[in-house]
Write a protein that binds this ligand. Structure first.
Ligand SMILES: [Zn+2]
Length: 375
């Protein structure tokens, strides 16, 4: 496989999360490559009219099922990017010695896809494997994989090891946990009125919701692993002298564990219940992403991977918590070792300076291969 050529083809094909045919072209290119390596191709569609997820499996070889059941190693990547078809940032560009490349999705996550294909190429040469390797390439990670959460959960429930190929941190560090997040939208309605004539006579949903949100913002405790942050607040008037008839607040909630998520949720409901408008405040969730927790099993796996990468790249590699969420959050299972950030190394993801350290495509694939071969 010519990794740089393939990366160029994948990056130069726009696959913004709204560009369905672009995403499918990228996924079909990956499916062809995977098929050439001996993988079996399958597709899963979650939402009608939206692109499917690619599921490609490298079967076990020379394995006697009577001795031990086949284990599954799950690899997760995504084909979509955040760069629309009309953005100025569409093509890959290399520096003179090709040690770096700049391009849309070059590390997030097309570089990660190349790392998995290089890894699969190495694994395919082994004469015996008592495990199968399943590659998932998702079509809508950047918008939270709508419709796929249950399917992802089912994929990971039977896995022995889960490896996420989102980009590493800029210094090459890999990821053992990610916080989950929820987006709440609160709405409160009132009769509306004239700021002079009706002052004090009618309920003002703007000020009522504002005081409620200031209580809710106190629930999150960043030092204890949760946060509750107001992102947007508005009413349906734009003037000085009108009492609005509706106010809307948007709140971002983050948590290190799903237990903390449930605790914060209960506390939010309690604040609403105690308020004078408990019957009128409405809320709905726009995003509901579980936490990828650090479990004991992941510590050992993270250590082996970091040590192998250190040996090959000759630099210190840490295993750390990451702030943002990814598909790995939906895949997390208590008791199953899981590490993310095993994709390409680089900087500037989601910006027009998205840059890849080219060598990392091969060094990461080689290090992960060594760890898997020892399993
Ligand atoms: Zn990504």
């Amino acid at each position: 496989m010519n990794a740089q050529n393939l990366l160029e083809i994948l990056v130069n094909q726009n696959s913004h999360h709204d560009h369905i045919t672009g995403i499918m072209t990228v996924l079909e290119t990956i499916a062809n490559e995977a098929q050439g390596l001996g993988l079996l191709i399958d597709w899963h569609r979650a939402v009608y009219g939206k692109p499917s997820a690619l599921c490609a499996t490298l079967p076990a070889v020379e394995h006697n099922k009577a001795i031990s059941p086949i284990r599954t190693i799950l690899l997760v990547t995504h084909a979509d990017t955040v760069f629309p078809v009309d953005s100025n940032f569409q093509k890959i560009s290399w520096n003179d010695d090709r040690s770096r490349a700049v391009g849309p999705g070059v590390i997030d996550d097309k570089g990660g896809i190349i790392v998995t294909l290089l890894l699969l190429e190495k694994l395919a040469t082994l004469s015996s494997r008592d495990y199968e390797v399943k590659l998932l390439c998702m079509p809508s990670e950047e918008i939270g994989s709508p419709g796929f959460s249950k399917w992802l959960e089912a994929q990971s429930a039977t896995a022995s090891i889960i490896l996420g190929f989102e980009p590493s941190l800029p210094d090459g560090s890999i990821i053992h946990s990610r916080r989950g997040n929820r987006w709440y939208e609160f709405t409160l309605q009132g009769p509306g009125g004239h700021a002079g004539r009706d002052a004090g006579k009618v309920m003002n949903p703007g000020s009522a919701l504002a005081s409620l949100i200031s209580e809710i913002e106190k629930i999150g405790k960043p030092e204890q692993g949760s946060s509750t942050t107001l992102g947007s607040f508005h009413s349906n008037t734009n003037g000085f002298n009108v009492i609005p008839s509706e106010a809307i607040a948007k709140l971002d909630v983050r948590y290190e564990s799903n237990q903390l998520r449930d605790q914060v949720h209960e506390d939010i409901l309690r604040v609403i219940e105690k308020s004078a408008y408990s019957d009128q405040v409405k809320w709905k969730l726009h995003e509901d992403c579980p936490a990828m927790r650090l479990n004991v099993e992941s510590i050992g796996l993270g250590k082996s991977l970091a040590e192998e990468i250190e040996k090959i790249e000759g630099r210190k590699i840490s295993v750390v918590a990451a702030a943002g969420s990814s598909d790995s959050n939906y895949l997390y299972q208590p008791g199953i070792p899981m590490i993310d950030g095993l994709g390409a190394v680089g900087t500037g993801l989601h910006t027009e300076n998205e840059t890849l350290e080219t060598a990392s495509l091969e060094t990461r694939a080689e290090a992960i291969f060594k760890v898997i071969a020892k399993l």
